[in-house]
Design a protein around this ligand. Structure first.
Ligand code: ZN
Length: 408
């Protein structure tokens, strides 16, 4: 398949056509942005379920994913060529306008039209993100071609168009595949907007992005807390409670080492190596699942227990490049704090972010108590507060959080 709109010579009529197209693109872009603006208050939530396709359906799903990947690569190729040969940047609409012809020529067998558009939108987003980074002076990565092993999902951007959930039969209809068995372990609440089919470790999942219903606040408890996240323990609350750091990645090191060694030993592009890679992926997936489960459980407990939760607004990207990169990635604060804020928004709880500067070097009475990293105990000479370093930090975070809350 070749996307080649930029190659056609521009004749007078086509010039007019092109001008009209540009106008149309601009209008559509404005409309889209307006829509985004109008919907900015919406809370989106994703429900994920495991799919159980038959052997035949499995092959069809794989074929659709491969087609989506091929379209993605063709779109990237077209943009690269257009820039190399003509120094023109292509827009999403210029690429999407060719879809009809390509499909009519029978060169694209991805069944649903809107999911083809979604693939092109992904390419467009990748380029926008690239140029945004270039402008911001960050380190940009040019959108790359993806192999099928790096292309994990495709989306139906309009629910009901090529996909339909039948909860009573526990079936999901997918255009070009048929009715798939789905394990509905919980009810989908809210209005389904998009459906994404995702492949991980050879298994298929379906993700429903729903517009969440209005949040239902849970009864107030009158309790407030500050949390100090760390590596020695996952978190310390301002009442002194310590949550242990599970260190799932570290615990799996021995197993990972073994499996990675197997991958290395096997011949490249062999079936046995492919099998070993699959095994390695499974181990990583398991670690990820364990961590995610832990985060959800801790966040749920905190939300149920406290009305107001204060935490440090850490810059994790900087920390994750330090010597402690591995344990920091293992503990996953960023993901945890996102989960915590999402759960808080849904339960009507309040989250206060405080600046992390000096929380471990100050007492709640205002006295500076300088400590090195090795110094694990906080002893204040003014108010005689004597607690562990992390507990003192949690108390200080709570104090800052509450004062910030009063100020606003
Ligand atoms: Zn003090």
């Amino acid at each position: 398949m070749r996307l080649t709109c930029w190659k056609t010579p521009l004749l007078p009529e086509t010039c007019l056509c092109a001008a009209l197209n540009v106008l149309k693109s601009a209008l559509l872009f404005a409309l889209q942005n307006m829509r985004r603006f109008l919907h900015c208050g919406d809370v989106r939530k994703t429900f994920q379920y495991r799919l159980y396709p038959t052997k035949k359906q499995h092959a069809l799903l794989n074929a659709q994913l491969a087609e989506a990947c091929r379209l993605y690569n063709a779109a990237v190729q077209e943009r690269r060529d257009a820039w190399k040969m003509r120094k023109t940047s292509l827009t999403y609409y210029q690429q999407a306008n060719q879809l009809r012809h390509i499909r009519a020529a029978g060169d694209l067998t991805l069944a649903n039209y809107t999911s083809c558009q979604d693939v092109l939108r992904r390419v467009d987003n990748a380029y926008h993100a690239f140029f945004r980074r270039v402008k911001a002076g960050q380190k940009p990565g040019y959108p790359r071609f993806k192999s099928v092993t790096r292309f994990h999902s495709y989306t139906f951007p309009k629910y009901g168009n090529g996909c339909k959930l039948k909860p009573e039969d526990k079936q999901l209809y997918i255009q070009g595949v048929g009715e798939l068995k789905v394990k509905l372990h919980r009810e989908v609440t809210g209005c389904i907007k998009t459906v994404t089919l995702k492949k991980s470790c050879g298994k298929w999942d379906v993700c429903f992005s729903v517009e969440a219903e209005t949040p239902t606040p849970i009864p107030a408890t009158g309790a407030v807390t500050g949390i100090d996240v760390g590596l020695a323990s996952f978190a310390v609350l301002s009442d002194g409670t310590t949550i242990k750091n599970p260190r799932y990645y570290e615990a799996a090191q021995a197993k990972l080492r073994r499996v990675q060694r197997t991958v290395c030993r096997r011949k490249k592009a062999s079936n046995r190596r492919r099998k070993a890679v699959r095994q390695l992926r499974r181990v990583h997936q398991h670690i990820k699942n364990q961590r995610s489960d832990f985060h959800h459980q801790v966040a749920r407990q905190l939300i149920n227990q406290y009305d107001v939760i204060a935490y440090e607004n850490l810059t994790i990207t900087g920390l994750a490049r330090s010597m402690l990169a591995k344990p920091i990635a293992d503990v996953g604060w960023g993901r945890f704090l996102t989960i915590l804020s999402n759960k808080a928004a849904e339960a009507g709880r309040e989250i206060v972010k405080v600046t992390p500067h000096g929380t471990s070097q100050r007492c709640i009475c205002g006295q500076a108590v300088p400590k090195t990293l090795r110094n694990r105990w906080h002893h204040c000479p003014t108010c005689l507060l004597s607690v562990s370093r992390d507990h003192a930090a949690a108390l200080e975070i709570l104090r800052l959080g509450l004062s910030r809350r009063e100020a606003t």
